[in-house]
Design a protein around this ligand. Sequence first.
Ligand code: CTP
Ligand code: MG
Length: 383
Amino acid sequence: MNDRRSEVIALIMAAGRGERAGLNGPKQYHPLCGKPVLAHAVDALAMTGLVDRMAVVIHVDDQAAYAQAIAGRVLAPAIIGGATRQQSVMNGLCALDAAEDSIVLIHDAARPFVPRAVIERLIGALDEADGAIPTLPVFDSLTENGRTVDRERLRRVQTPQAFRLGAILRAHHLAAGGATDDGSVARTAGLTVVEVEGDEALRKLTKLADVEWADRHLGSQMISRTGMGFDVHRFGDGDHLWLGGVKISHDRGLIGHSDADVALHALTDALLGAIGDGDIGTHFPPTDPQWRGASSDRFVEHACKLVKARGGVIDHVDVTLICEEPKIGPHRDAIRVRLAALLQLGASRISVKATTTERLGFTGRREGVAAQAVATLRLPENM
Ligand code: CTP
Ligand code: MG
């Protein structure tokens, strides 16, 4: 087994430009289900529970994108990379302030999914070798200049690749600049490198089709969740009210501790319901004076943040307003636009409906407004 007294450091390479993917910017900052590729890689490594420290090597132009992508995560300060991957690895290794015998896992940010079992195999293999790399067999037939190549002898090489810091640093100092893979740098320097079984999930995102695959792969690991919310506020004196984040002139207002926006309160509860995290009162107690007169936008935004923190995506929301007055029809589009902005969703994923209760009950007697909401989310299966 691995000598657990050695520190395990993940060094994540994210200084490339992603030219072959042809996205709007480097692929490591491209969102997969709302979360940047790099953040997926960082979180996956952290989730293994086998990594003590992580450092990311980034491009000098990407500092703002990087800060945004890793917000809320604990990482060593970013290291600025070089013109080639190998130069970036060198910069990263040189910047690590760690013991010679620390284990360093050199990983591509462009491989967002990292199975724990591969990390276990890599670390375990360092008991008998200077380096360990994950590989997979080739199943397609291969040709070279029209001649068939024996695929049995060939392997696809993935990352992370594991080494002792001192040894891989010396190997990189000996190497010429163009290596795309640290295992070959290590072998060239005479280190022993063993192969452990890789994993299809470690596929590198190189072309646009790989990014599309990653989206589908992630989607297949998400489960759908539905939450519902309901709220009522009573009419009182006033000349306007708030519904769905839109101010509507009216000869009466709605009474409440906050701005009494029933639609946003129902929506907040629907979002919290879908992630099973209490209700609006749990997060914003009505007894707390700081929420007096507060804009209910904040409640929705907070619920969205909680969804995001769990790696979730909102697929759709459906809000129904129940009242005789005011008439909702003239405001429906404005409410949809406002909800789209609050939830950062396309308007096609937002439904706003209204109904009366045929003059029956409290809404029929024009005593107040009720609202219902349903939110449909996808969350990672393991949440
Ligand atoms: N990388 C790096 N520094 C470089 C080049 C690449 O840190 N100078 C990183 C990339 O960010 C990526 C990994 O090395 O995570 C693998 O490289 P590759 O897939 O080639 O990514 P890019 O260089 O970004 O893409 P492309 O070659 O298509 O421009
Ligand atoms: Mg490249």
